[in-house]
Structure formats: structure tokens, C-alpha cells
Design a binder for this molecule. Structure first.
Ligand code: GLN
Length: 201
């Protein structure tokens, strides 16, 4: 069927490769049989069904996105249908609003992010998170100086809370997680994202 218009295109997912746990995201995608691409230039976005923005330091990543002009490219690709999944710092970069911060961002999703919101004593921890939309068993997530979502707009679906705080949300082809599923072999959230990315825009 090669060359036929009816052949389904393989789903390629990019991982923004400035800093953070790029390798772990790529390994998680490969573990579920999805082609993963390192993306740090405009041309790397070509043909991607989805893009993952990993954790790291959101102010640094936001500056790099602006300096290299990749922010505009990602916004344009998203308008054409590319799905975007941000974890931790990636969530912050996806938010339209960031509490007490004017830092550079993609600003794609109608959410407010609160940075480093889980307090100093418990900057990092691992926990179970109930997210029925993802699966009946709780997900395992690692929180590392994690943000949470303090407010959502009308089109945003809250998928999980932890201690009453929103830690997972979806808006159409946008998905944001406050925690890291990729560090502990949790693949279901990546599967969920790939299904969003592979569905018709
Ligand atoms: N606290 C970081 C920030 O605000 C995010 C931490 C992470 O991605 N693990 O950018």
C-alpha cells in the first residue's frame, strides 16, 4: 500500500531537546512503539503529529524558545493540528497565565500555572494519581519542584487532582501534567497523548 493516499501515516512525536529529561521521554515513546524525534530546530517539527515539552527549568527553556524563534513555529504548527504535551516545566510553558511571573512562554493553553507550588519541604516526591480518563489503575508520578494548575478556562478538562490541586488537564490537542510519568516507566499517559496526536485534528 506504500504510496497510496489511504495508507495511515505513522505517528511521529517530537521531544523538545533543549534540556531536561529528553532521553526518558524518547525511551517511553519507543517503549510503546512510537517513533520519537529530537526537536530543537524549526525543520525538526516538519511532519510531527505531536510534540512533548519536557521538564527542566521553564525560564531557561522559555528564553531559548524565544531566542531561536521556535515559540512561533510551535504555535503555528499547533494551529495546523500538532498536539502538544507538557510535563512539569513544559506545563508552565504551555500556560497562558503564570502566577507572579512575566517569563517567556508558549501560552497555548487556557490555564494558570503556579510554579514550585508544593512547598519547600516536599520539593520532590513520588505518588499515585487517580486519573480515570487514562486508566482504572492509578498512575505513578514523580513531582520535582512541581507546579500545579491553579485555574482553568471553560474548554479545559481536568483529568486529575492531587491534594485538591489540579495536576493533569487537557484542552483539545493540548495535554499538561505537573508530574513526570517518564521517569518511572509509566507509559499510559504517553499512550493517551499519542492517541490524541494520531486522531484527526
Ligand atoms: N520548578 C521548575 C520550573 O519552574 C520546573 C521543575 C521541573 O520541570 N521538574 O521551571
Amino acid at each position: 500500500m506504500t504510496g497510496s493516499c489511504t495508507t495511515a501515516k505513522p505517528t511521529r512525536i517530537g521531544v523538545l531537546a533543549y534540556q531536561g529529561d529528553v532521553r526518558e521521554h524518547m525511551a517511553t515513546l519507543e517503549a510503546i512503539g512510537v517513533e520519537a524525534v529530537r526537536a530543537n530546530k524549526a525543520e525538526h517539527l516538519e511532519g510531527l503529529a505531536g510534540l512533548i515539552i519536557p521538564g527542566g527549568e521553564s525560564t531557561t527553556m522559555g528564553k531559548l524558545l524565544t531566542v531561536f524563534g521556535l515559540d512561533e513555529e510551535i504555535r503555528a504548527r499547533h494551529r495546523q493540528g500538532m498536539a502538544v504535551f507538557g510535563t512539569c516545566a513544559g506545563l508552565i510553558l504551555m500556560a497562558k497565565r503564570i502566577e507572579n511571573s512575566e517569563q517567556a512562554r508558549l501560552g497555548l493553553m487556557d490555564i494558570t500555572a503556579a510554579r514550585n507550588a508544593f512547598g519547600r519541604q516536599i520539593q520532590s516526591f513520588e505518588t499515585d494519581i487517580d486519573a480515570p480518563a487514562i486508566g482504572p489503575e492509578p498512575m505513578r508520578g514523580v513531582f520535582i519542584r512541581a507546579p500545579y494548575i491553579s485555574d482553568v478556562g471553560e474548554g479545559v478538562e481536568v483529568l486529575a487532582r492531587f491534594n485538591d490541586r489540579i495536576v493533569l488537564a487537557r484542552q483539545g490537542r493540548l495535554l499538561a501534567a505537573a508530574f513526570h510519568p517518564e521517569l518511572i516507566g509509566e507509559t499510559r499517559l504517553h499512550r493517551y497523548f499519542v492517541d490524541i496526536a494520531a486522531s484527526a485534528p
